[in-house]
Design a protein around this ligand. Structure first.
Ligand code: ZN
Length: 427
């Protein structure tokens, strides 16, 4: 009887030990996933997007908002991160759960104003067989009104960087009244107000900058120094679906404003591009509806070509364009007497339509460039885009204020309210 009890006792102890052993192995092999929650979601929605295999565990998000451009851009980034995780952890096979590779992501979003949205994606990753998580922040800033990613150069003059050298990083979120810069996961905050003297567009509002409407108007209305050299770059025949946007990016980079003489027939094809040109502070002029030689038309036909184009532009931007660039520069007495607008010609011809070659365009424009010049380029040619980058960079580095035709003529003291032909703003 006694030995029977002993055997039983040994059996019980043995089974407890086995069960504990299994539990311990189970416990120490289990994958513990840290919690990662979105803290701020002022724009769009997020839903869970998970994927689990024996090698990896993915817990990320799908972002949805009214704006397809934003949704797609974020999806592309998330897909890329997932792909990266899979590729980096596909050669070995994990045995225990805890050895799996992990990708965790969360999305935060900020609404800056009606046009601007900012997104932050925090990613935590763990490699296969590793215990250590690495955290990364990635940021995206969108102009949802114009479907483009926006950079600080679109908002502030280049010099703003010197003011925030310590905080500056390529990763930042625009928020209502400030910018958060990220150095890895370390955050530093800078209010728009401290950078207001560098404002160069109306993309941020008075309320973002935390100033009165009066102060805002004086900051954003006339940003020209009459004692400094100035130049007007003009683009004819657009807008073009992609080239015009690329040129806008270049102009922003160098704090430059330009004048786009558009064709009515293209305006209606690309209203978003027209709106972007206007909202980014550039001037739009009239290049007629269908590019005829105006000297071969009747007075009524001339007026129609110009007025219909002006109306189409106004319908999109809310601003009535006033300057006219006649196709081929062709003018005669009938043209001049048919409309009250000023005619803007040019004194530097890039011949970009002819050469389609940056190496020829750039020297032609820059060889004899002077204060008050009006440069002629065409934003419909892809070969013009890299030439613009070099031209604008040179002018910027040589202290030219790159401004619109109206701004330049006004600063030089010319009256642009009446019919008159201008070739430049040289005095
Ligand atoms: Zn033209």
């Amino acid at each position: 009887m006694k030995s029977m009890f002993k055997i039983l006792l040994v059996l019980v102890i043995l089974s407890i030990a086995i069960i504990t052993g299994i539990a311990l192995v189970e416990y120490y092999g289990r994958l513990e996933i840290p919690e990662l929650k979105s803290k701020n979601l002022e724009y769009g929605k997020v839903t869970d997007r998970t994927e689990s295999t024996e090698n990896y565990e993915i817990r990320t998000k799908t972002f949805t908002s009214d704006n397809e451009f934003v949704n797609t851009s974020i999806k592309e980034f998330v897909d890329l991160k997932i792909e990266e995780l899979k590729n980096n952890n596909s050669t070995e096979k994990s045995i225990r759960d805890k050895d799996k590779a992990v990708l965790l992501q969360t999305i935060d979003s900020y609404l800056v104003n009606d046009n601007l949205v900012s997104v932050k994606i925090t990613s935590m990753t763990k490699k296969i067989f590793s215990e250590e998580y690495v955290t990364d922040v990635d940021t995206f800033n969108y102009d949802v009104a114009h479907n483009r990613e926006i950079r600080l150069e679109d908002i502030f003059k280049k010099e703003y960087k010197s003011k925030i050298e310590e905080q500056y990083s390529e990763k930042y979120n625009l928020r209502k009244n400030d910018i958060v810069f990220y150095n890895n996961i370390k955050e530093s905050v800078c209010t728009y107000n401290t950078l207001k003297e560098y404002t160069n567009s109306k993309i941020l509002t008075a309320s973002n900058l935390n100033i009165s409407d009066d102060e805002y108007n004086s900051l954003t209305s006339n940003l020209i120094d009459k004692n400094k050299k100035m130049i007007a770059i003009t683009f004819d025949d657009g807008p073009h679906k992609t080239n015009t946007q690329e040129i806008l990016n270049i102009l922003s980079k160098y704090n430059a404003k330009a004048t786009f003489f558009m064709l009515g027939q293209n305006v209606n094809n690309y209203p978003n591009v027209v709106k972007a040109v206007s909202d980014y502070g550039h001037e739009i002029g009239i290049h007629t509806w269908s590019h005829p030689e105006l000297t071969k038309l009747s007075g009524d036909q001339i007026a129609n070509e110009i007025n219909n184009t002006a109306q189409a532009i106004k319908n999109i931007t809310g601003i009535e364009p006033w300057l006219v660039r006649p196709p081929y520069g062709s003018l005669n007495a009938t043209v001049k007497s048919s409309v009250p607008n000023p005619f803007i010609l040019w004194n530097i011809d890039s011949l970009d339509w002819k050469s389609r070659d940056k190496e020829k365009i750039v020297p032609l424009v820059l060889n004899d460039v002077q204060d008050g010049d009006i440069i002629l380029l065409h934003d419909i040619h892809a070969t013009t885009v890299p030439a613009v980058e070099e031209i604008v960079k040179y002018l910027y580095e040589n202290d030219y204020q790159i401004i619109t035709v109206s701004q330049m003529l006004e600063a030089k003291g010319y009256d642009t309210t009446k019919t008159r032909v201008f070739y430049s703003g040289r005095q």
